[in-house]
Design a binder for this molecule. Sequence first.
Ligand SMILES: Nc1nc2c(ncn2[C@@H]2O[C@H](COP(=O)(O)OP(=O)(O)OP(=O)(O)O)[C@@H](O)[C@H]2O)c(=O)[nH]1
Length: 300
Amino acid sequence: MRLLIVDDIPDNIRVLSQMMLCDGHEVSVATSGRQALKIAAASAPDLILLDIMMPGMDGYQTLQALRADPDLADIPVIFVTALSETEDETHGLELGAVDYITKPFKEAVVRRRVQTHLELKHQRAQLAQLAQLDGLTGLPNRRAFDRQFDLEWRRALRLGNALAIVMIDVDHFKGFNDTHGHLSGDDCLRRLAQILGRGMRRAGELAARYGGEEFVCLLPGIEAAGLSQLMEQLRVSVESEHLPHGASSASPWVTISLGAALCRPRPPMVASDLIAAADAQLYEAKRRGRNQACLTEILI
Ligand SMILES: Nc1nc2c(ncn2[C@@H]2O[C@H](COP(=O)(O)OP(=O)(O)OP(=O)(O)O)[C@@H](O)[C@H]2O)c(=O)[nH]1
């Protein structure tokens, strides 16, 4: 793991560094709060050991600056300090330090506490990742999609880029479940998720499970011709899997209907307008007989 040790006294840095290097960590060091902020931004440490009494920016101010920067706010900080009054410790913990160790410290205790906070950080990261995934298909879930869509919408708005959404729905899936059973239905959704996931080739493209038997693709920077081509590829990939569907009017195999909307985001349009437009196209694809794609390009 990568640790950043911040202290204005070189001897203190040396002692802490040696302990951490012995435990197999990578160590960077800073001798002031300002330098610590720079190094943290450049090297994204997993944990920071921070002294409080330093000339210029003290440890409290350094922690506040870290918390104010969205890229650095989640790095756990442990104060290692000679300040041993209850008020100092309480203040440090209130500012968001995960732990507070007073000097002179016991080496074994510091090592154990660092290890504990690194493990907690790892568990938090795993949980955060799991919270973004759909349990059945392993694709990003609706929450992950909403987050990414919001991000891409704002980016496209800023840069004047194109952005497209494709809503995808399995044809006659109720009939599929009724005929082949719910477990086969689950298998079918897993297979479709794999196909859609594989279909997203460019950076920033995302296929997610939108809910039930509905999927959604997010496609930044795509133009209408490319979008039509991609939708047709996805439609054909699904049908040519030849998953038997005993209750579909569209094909003997499992098929999907696709509805897409493409725009260059600009006010007064809002992100949900693009979803609504893609939904309307999906409805149109269903109305025209399913196993097909419909697309609208919104020009504002
Ligand atoms: N097996 C399985 N079925 C699901 C899951 N989520 C939703 N469904 C089923 O998907 C079906 C969706 O049916 P409808 O919305 O009526 O649509 P449809 O039968 O696909 O018909 P069209 O969309 O008009 O082609 C429902 O029967 C849901 O129970 C799931 O996780 N697993």
